[in-house]
Design a binder for this molecule. Structure first.
Ligand code: NAD
Length: 292
């Protein structure tokens, strides 16, 4: 009675994370609606399944790394969702979907005896590839204990409590900070460059000073100064995260003045640079507005 594992959503994050489980000797059954993504994992040794429900007929524990709350709902609870699978006992959701969706999905799955493990991650594609993500887990303790060794393949794991949604609240707090840091760093850098400073020198000074943050240390050196704007996180997903955070704050009565402004900057980024826009394209918005 060996536990079998599945993985749905093999994109920027799910691809490398599924690869890490395979490398650690964990056989995996995989599904992605994008054939090429599934084929990449099959080439690394995974077994392909034709649908979520087919996977749920043969795997006990299923990891998800899907774009939005709507898609996670559809893949878990929809007409062909894994809730109808014969074998699945546990769904480990690595996606960012917000606490309210996590609670609702957890409840619906529990009615069929399936446990929802709220487990969003932070640290980008590089963190997923290297296994250095922060993994934020909320679920019944026994399920956490059973899963811990697998989750540790992704990076340091933090157990936040029993209740679904706690992982999501933690993740939204993190991404609010990460998006705000990028937005405000863009404003500071464009101001400096337009005043005559060298961008590389600015980053050196900021990283030695108190302006240091994840944008000055990571996103600017990797994707903004080289002009590639390809950190591997879609601007529309960043927008989704900040929107979820502002919505959640509104529903519990917490002010989100800066958050709301950053959310609107991401709306504008998507409007200007289209569906394929990268998170770091937010900097191009400030550059073009500032005329640099
Ligand atoms: P992505 O768009 O690169 O990957 C999502 C994958 O899901 C794609 O391969 C897509 O084909 C697949 N998919 C979509 N709908 C599907 C369906 N109905 N059935 C099966 N497969 C389906 O997104 P990503 O960047 O890997 O992000 C995944 C999740 O992780 C999101 O919730 C995101 O917010 C979160 N996240 C992303 C990052 C990052 O830096 N990219 C970091 C932390 C967390």
């Amino acid at each position: 009675n060996i536990d079998t594992y599945g993985f749905i959503g093999l994109g920027n994050m799910g691809g490398p994370l599924a690869g890490r489980l395979l490398d650690a000797g964990c056989p995996l059954e995989v599904f992605d609606r994008d054939e090429a993504a599934a084929a990449r994992l099959a080439a690394q040794g995974a077994t392909r399944r034709a649908s979520a429900i087919e996977l749920a007929d043969s795997a006990d524990t299923i990891f998800l790394s899907l774009p939005t709350p709507e898609i996670v709902r559809q893949v878990t609870l929809g007409a062909d969702g894994l809730i109808h699978g014969k074998r699945v006992k546990r769904v480990v959701d690595l996606s960012t979907i917000g606490p309210r969706s996590a609670k609702a999905i957890s409840q619906a799955l529990a009615e069929r005896g399936i446990v929802y493990v709220d487990a969003p991650v932070s640290g980008g594609v590089m963190g997923a590839t290297r296994g250095t993500l922060a993994v934020m887990v909320a679920c019944p303790r026994g399920h956490y204990d059973a899963l811990e060794s697998k989750l540790k393949q992704f990076g340091p794991v933090f157990y936040l409590g029993q209740e679904a949604g706690l992982g999501q609240s933690m993740k939204l707090a993190n991404n609010l900070l990460s998006a705000s840091a990028l937005a405000i760093t863009a404003e500071a850098m464009v101001m400096g460059v337009k005043s005559g400073l060298e961008p590389g020198v600015m980053l050196d000074v900021l990283n030695a000073g108190s302006g240091r943050n994840s944008a000055t240390q990571d996103k600017f050196p990797k994707a903004v100064l080289p002009g590639t704007f390809d950190i591997g996180f879609a601007a529309q997903l960043a927008y989704k995260d900040v929107r979820l955070c502002v919505d959640e704050s509104e529903s519990i009565g917490v002010p989100m003045i800066v958050g709301a402004a950053v959310r609107e900057m991401l709306v504008l980024t998507n409007a200007l640079y289209g569906e394929a826009a990268d998170f770091t394209d937010m900097v191009r918005l400030v550059e073009s507005w500032g005329g640099v």
